[in-house]
Design a protein. Structure first.
Lengths: 150, 251
């Protein structure tokens, strides 16, 4: 074998080897890499009870309740199958609204509700002028946060 | 496998030096004109977003930078592999010239993302798969640059850093698919799915034009840096002496 081909083989083997190692490592850590749990997963008891974790989903329509004079807010996060009650005391991001994707970080309380100390809005990949969004909604195609028009 | 004949010319440093010098002003000029058009389209003509208002306009810096952060890396790794396999010094010079530009694009993508993330998501930074893998990309660039600097002997620096560049390629698919493989706060790709209403025409044409313009700008800066890199590497050769005399003598 020519030295040039040997070097080519070496580059190939290193690439394949490292890719394989990284693929196996990410597979093994899949659970730790999981950034958030869905409400169904939380209710099925998947997240560890004694640790902080994140819940992701949509803010359920008509579920946001505020009290006058305080920041305390409660709402339900849904994955369209099950929903979870979330309490939060703090400033909500600009994009927070009903129907919007959110990620809440905190822990589960004894009564099965979720106490968040951080709430983030998840933006989708849709960009459009307000008029288009209105027209879509008027014709019964609101843009949902999963990214696909309904 | 043999290299095609026209490629052999590009193994000659004086040829590449002259070629890069001739191409540089054209690429730079064209990229600046297209950037002006693209920014006018994106910042003035395009409508505000239905949710984000004018805040979405940061994509005209964020998306081209993020795209180039990975594209430049792919180019750098390819050049490194060619340098390793065919012992082509000019290829190593290309990789060395590309690294700092790629690192700057990566930093720009991370910073514009953080600036956008604070009002929209509610946080500057999250240890999210997309954000973290992009940060790792920045570290690989910085590692590549420092590894080159750690050797006195040019050949050793070339080879060691080229292996690092080749190994780091593994990170590219992770960055790209991170938003698909794992649940992530970062949104999925917008431009990939043409057809469905991910983004309207008035918003997307400046974006595509700017991606092209940024790429040309990168190519121009790369060629200029490559010229400097070649002069430095060949500083004891006769042709560089000629170049230096030609630039120094007129007055």
């Amino acid at each position: 074998m020519k030295p040039r081909n040997q070097r080519m083989l070496a580059v190939g083997i290193i690439l394949v080897g490292v890719s394989l190692a990284v693929a196996l490592a990410t597979q093994a850590f899949q659970e730790n890499l999981l950034y958030f749990y869905s409400p169904s997963e939380v209710l099925a008891g998947e997240p560890p009870a004694d640790r902080r974790f994140r819940v992701g989903g949509l803010v359920e329509a008509d579920s946001v309740q505020r009290q006058d004079g305080v920041l305390e807010v409660e709402f339900r996060v849904t994955d369209m199958e099950q929903s979870l009650k979330v309490y939060y005391d703090g400033v909500l991001p600009d994009l927070f609204r009903e129907g919007q994707g959110v990620i809440a970080h905190g822990n589960l309380q004894a009564d099965g509700s979720f106490r968040a100390d951080q709430v983030l809005a998840k933006h989708d990949e849709n960009y459009m002028p307000p008029e288009v969004a209105e027209t879509l909604a008027k014709h019964g195609h609101p843009v949902d946060t999963a990214g696909q028009p309904n | 496998m043999k290299l095609p004949a026209w490629l052999h010319k590009f193994a000659s440093p004086p040829h590449v030096y002259g070629f890069a010098g001739a191409l540089y002003p054209w690429l730079l000029g064209l990229s600046l004109v297209l950037m002006a058009v693209g920014f006018y389209g994106g910042l003035v003509l395009a409508p505000a977003d239905y949710q984000q208002g004018d805040g979405f306009r940061i994509i005209y810096v964020h998306v081209p930078s993020a795209y180039l952060s990975t594209a430049v890396y792919a180019l750098m790794a390819t050049a490194s592999a060619i340098g390793l396999i065919w012992r082509m010094k000019v290829a190593h010079a290309v990789a060395a010239a590309a690294a700092p530009i790629g690192a700057w694009f990566t930093l720009l993508a991370l910073m514009t993302g953080a600036i956008w993330g604070k009002p929209m998501w509610g946080t500057y930074w999250q240890w999210d798969p997309r954000l973290t893998s992009e940060l790792i990309l920045l570290f690989i660039y910085l590692g590549y640059i420092s590894l080159r600097g750690a050797f006195d002997e040019l050949g050793k620096a070339d080879r060691a850093s080229a292996w690092l560049a080749v190994v780091g390629v593994v990170n590219l698919p992770i960055i790209h698919y991170s938003v698909i493989w794992w649940s992530s706060i970062h949104q999925g790709p917008t431009i990939k799915k043409l057809g469905s209403p991910s983004i309207t025409m008035e918003m997307v044409w400046p974006l595509l034009l700017l991606i092209f313009a940024y790429s040309l700008f990168f190519a121009a800066i790369l060629l200029q840096r490559l010229r400097a890199e070649i002069l430095d590497r060949e500083r004891y050769s006769r042709w560089v002496g000629g170049v230096v005399q030609a630039t120094a003598s007129p007055t």
